[in-house]
Write a protein that binds this ligand. Structure first.
Ligand code: NAD
Length: 649
């Protein structure tokens, strides 16, 4: 069974996950049947899909009408009807092994031998479910995150018997949904994301239990200093303190006393009105940035997270890339743990674990063999040039796609389509690395574009935003580097160009967009303001009233308005985008490099100085350019009535 063979999908369960998965599958163009055990349950799931599709349509996130998507969804209470023609079944029934085993054995009898049987379980071993069938090779985990419509990650989990063929088809299927799959190559408890996330709450709970930290201090430091979207105690309240308690007891791991006492008192978090914070009659997670403290030993938590990732890599469960993708997309981490480990330096991570192990003797600090091997072999992180990843000038980029064409075009594609190419810290750092490490003598022009067909970039990645102090971010630095880059730069915009994405486009020299692109600064709606040069660039480019309208109202303008206002060079129909961009590029690439560089410099600098000083600067540049070989070539070619050939000399 390959991806091409999958036309019809069945989803078992119309609950939280089942209805969301059904919606995502239908949106991707598949015919799908959703099954639950009672008509009212099926109807309620279907109603949830209708509501969600309407919301997506209102936000302009649906390519067709909700009705078109709904037309691909059928519902039933009969299991056999649901699955008999399905090429792939995704089970999202309650998390009970006996129930799932019974279901899978029935599924087997109603489906073709080639049909892939997938489970959305978050904690039951795939192997145990698969064992209820005669064809465990065809059983695989497809672990979607909640809510499936919004969450991009899906873990594709191997049971002991799962064949590569099955896992690969499931992986490609997930990609065809526009989601990001990662392989979990062994059936480990918690798969990848929950295993690595585990120590986040666990170590914080031990620190509080042992009197080394306060709850608010832990949450505030992890959020405001380390960039996590939620504090460990806030997260535990949200998921339910009892859930974490059971996960530990089932795994035979000790339970931190603060967790035990909450469970004993029945204060299980949000759902019971109280947990580590008070919800009913209280303010919920009311920690403030001031609660963060320098003495909070966050490395205890991060070292354990990185250690957990090392174990998975050492045991061939997942690659560093898969783990980082998983934690970024599945847990909202500001940075993948392997990447962060490389940045922190693996020696300090290992030393922290070793010293905790020495003083406490607790298993949880026992360093992974893989981590020790990395350190012993000198692969201690970014500074050493190698750690979990390899760092050199020809480094592989995770969030951008770079092409250096023979004609001198440096093409940089923002490559996070699953996040509408949101500008993460890593993405910014990667662009800076490309621009700084490529010899600009070899570059004639730079083109920025966004992957996928929905956005140039929808803005800054808010995840991990709050934790950073402005001087620590690359926002302004990136845009300054782009603005001052000694070659012409062009932003090719197809879709959303918002916030930080808009600022990057504005830092380019030229902008060409499709007519259905949209521009705007939504920052004000978040209680922020454009922070990457946006206010300053638009106030210089536009009449004041228009600039302030953009920033103050936070509304989007379409490409035609942007073009009328003079914010972009052209707004063209989608079909003409490539040819228009290429015709601009051919002028930029074929133009005289020295004269273009000087023109760019004097025009940029001229923005901020008075006319006389500007004219003076221009005269000097003109004098310099006059003596270049290119100027000679340009005038000679003009006389000879041929195209000039500029060499940048
Ligand atoms: P849910 O309780 O919201 O939905 C389960 C649905 O399955 C219910 O509507 C129930 O009536 C139905 N059902 C029961 N027996 C059935 C059967 N034999 N055939 C068809 N339907 C049946 O649960 P959920 O949150 O959607 O979770 C479903 C699965 O997804 C579980 O395995 C869970 O661990 C997993 N999961 C949940 C989340 C989450 O955050 N909720 C995230 C990832 C994975």
């Amino acid at each position: 069974m390959t991806l091409d063979d999958i036309d019809r999908v069945a989803v078992i369960g119309a609950g939280n996950m089942g209805h969301g998965i059904t919606e995502v599958v239908a949106m991707a163009g598949y015919d799908v049947t959703m099954r639950d055990i009672r008509t009212d349950l099926v109807e309620s799931g279907y109603g949830d899909i209708e509501w969600s599709l309407e919301k997506l349509a209102e936000k302009g996130l649906l390519d067709e009408s909700p009705g078109d998507v709904l037309a691909r969804i059928e519902t039933t209470t009969e299991l056999e009807t649901a699955v008999d023609e399905a090429d792939l079944v995704i089970e999202a029934a309650p998390e009970e092994l006996a129930l799932k085993r019974e279901l899978f054995s029935e599924l087997e009898s109603y489906t073709d031998r080639r049909t892939i049987l997938a489970s959305n379980t978050s904690s039951i071993p795939i192997t145990d479910i698969a064992a209820a069938t005669e064809r465990p090779g065809r059983v695989v985990g497809t672990h979607f995150f909640n809510p499936p419509v919004k969450m991009d990650l899906v873990e594709v989990v191997y049971g002991e018997e799962t064949t590569d063929d099955t896992a690969e088809t499931a992986f490609e299927f997930v990609e065809s949904l526009g989601k990001t799959p990662i392989y979990v190559r062994k059936d480990v408890r918690g798969f990848v994301v929950n295993s690595v996330l585990g120590p986040f709450g666990d170590e914080a709970a031990w620190m509080v239990s042992e009197g080394d930290a306060e709850i608010r201090e832990a949450d505030a430091t992890m959020v405001h200093e380390r960039g996590y979207p939620m504090g460990p105690f806030e997260l535990s309240d949200l998921t339910g303190i009892d859930i974490g308690y059971h996960v530990r007891t089932e795994a035979g791991r000790p339970v931190p006393p603060v967790i035990e006492s909450k469970v004993e008192a029945g204060d299980l978090g949000r759902k019971t009105g109280a947990g580590f914070y008070t919800y009913e009659g209280g303010d919920g997670p009311d920690y403030a940035p001031e609660d963060a403290s320098d003495s909070f030993d966050w490395l205890r938590i991060e070292a354990r997270i990185i250690n957990e990732a090392s174990k998975l890599i050492g045991n061939d469960v997942a690659t560093a890339e898969a783990i980082d993708t998983g934690l970024l997309l599945g847990a909202g981490f500001p940075e993948g743990p392997c990447r962060r480990g490389d940045e922190l330096g693996l020696v300090s991570v290992l030393e922290k674990l070793d010293s905790l192990y020495e003083t406490t003797g607790a298993d949880r600090y026992e360093a992974a063999e893989h981590l020790r091997e990395l350190v012993d072999s000198g692969r201690t992180g970014e500074e050493a040039g190698e750690g979990f990843y390899t760092y050199d000038d020809a480094r592989e980029y995770a969030t951008i796609d770079v092409e250096h064409r023979e004609d001198g075009l440096l093409r940089i594609e923002l490559d996070r389509p699953e996040r509408l190419n949101a500008l993460s810290e890593e993405l910014r750092a990667e662009i800076i690395h490309v621009l700084e490490s490529t010899d600009d003598g070899e570059v004639r022009a730079v083109l920025f574009e966004g992957a996928g067909d929905r956005a140039f970039s929808a803005g800054a990645d808010i995840t991990g935003f709050s934790g950073r102090k402005p001087h620590e971010t690359e926002v302004t630095r990136l845009n300054r580097i782009v603005d001052e880059y000694p070659r012409p730069t062009l932003a090719k915009v197809d879709g959303f160009c918002l916030g930080g994405g808009f600022e990057l486009a504005l830092a380019c020299d030229l902008r060409i967009a499709t007519t259905d692109s949209e521009f705007g600064f939504p920052e004000i709606d978040l209680g922020l303001l454009p922070g990457g040069g946006g206010t300053q660039r638009v106030i210089r480019m536009l009449p004041e009233a228009r600039a302030k309208e953009l920033v103050f109202r936070g509304n989007r303008i379409d490409a035609e308005t942007a073009s009328e206002w003079g914010l972009i060079n052209r707004a063209v129909p989608g079909a003409e985008l490539d040819s228009t961009v290429e015709s601009f590029l051919s002028d930029l690439i074929g133009g005289p490099p020295v004269a273009l560089r000087m023109a760019k410099r004097v025009m940029n600098e001229g923005r901020d100085i008075d006319l006389d000083a500007g004219l003076e600067m221009e005269a000097q540049a003109f004098g310099l350019v006059l003596s270049t070989e290119d100027a000679n070539e340009g005038t000679t070619a003009f006389m000879d009535d041929r195209d000039p050939h500029f060499e940048g000399k």
